[in-house]
Design a protein around this ligand. Sequence first.
Ligand SMILES: [Zn+2]
Length: 379
Amino acid sequence: MIDRTEMVVDLLKKLVSIDSVNPCLSPRHRGEGEIADFVAERLRSIGADVRKQKVVDDRNNVIGVIRGNERGRKLLIVAHLDTVGVDSMIIPPFQPVIAGNRLYGRGSADNKGGMAAAIEALRSLSLDCNFRGDVIFAGTVDEEYEAKGVEKLVQEIEADAAIVIEPVGLNVMVAHKGFAWQEFRVMGRAAHGSDFVNGIDAIFETQKLLAELIKMNDKLMKHLHPLLGPASLHASQIHGGEGWSTYPAECVLTVERRTLPGETKLKVEKEFLDITDRLLEEGIHVETKMHFFRIATEISPNEMIVQSLLKAASEAGINCSVSGMSAWPEAGVLNLSGIPSVVFGPSGCKGHESDEYVELDSITKCSEVLEKAIRIFLS
Ligand SMILES: [Zn+2]
């Protein structure tokens, strides 16, 4: 019998040594093409029915299906193919190094460790195909930028549930936050620095906006979601002013608001507009605009996919808890499209670190739990 650890680690080394930096984050990298080819070939070699799905330009999702001996449900496993950039790294990004229980390299945790675990689970399943229905593996492009890969995936794929692979410490994530990017343009009136009669200082005015936003954040902090804690708000960037002797005509402030399940784009927008309306009553002119919004989603812990993973983890002797994640995962898109989705994956870094690593024993366990969970869900 081939050792699972050996298989997973060998596969992970190959995945890490392929540069799959998201080309939107770092245009001098070539993108997900090479890793998509490698994953497609690997899936073919274990008997999966493989195809590519064009997403944008020459960037393709890889989809591989393994069919069980009988007909039944469809379970989707999603793992993104891209990584963030490597400029800040203090270790060689594409030369995997093992030290103790850790494997270092860009993407080792986010997301290649979990991807190797999932592909190994599929290989093991393919040996007997002793399950009912289909396991669909999807390697997606562009998760680290605009998640165009998963957006495209849900247009074509139907499934009864999904497991999204991310390095979440072998916990089962049933809820996640969303976010909004909001810009405020505070208007002043340009004038000579000595002309206090005509000058309106947009930067001075911005402090009143900031005071309102801090109040909003204090209010958000009071309402706790049982798995996610509070929603929150922070200022991201501020720009304004032209020179020592000029009253600044405008000041631009951008803020990020992290949201909880149930908070719609409309609700978040209205709360910001209420602030600008209040400021207008005080004679302060502020224009505001939302640039981007991702909604928070959650599924019930009673969903069959959650229960399948919990049962599998307990059979594998792993203490795993039902939790929520503060970052936005691809599960958000899947949940919105009607496919109940959880996030699951190995331990190590959260991803994006300058010395990214994954814990080797956790990817073996991840693979074992995934195989068991798939067998339970498709029994
Ligand atoms: Zn990731």
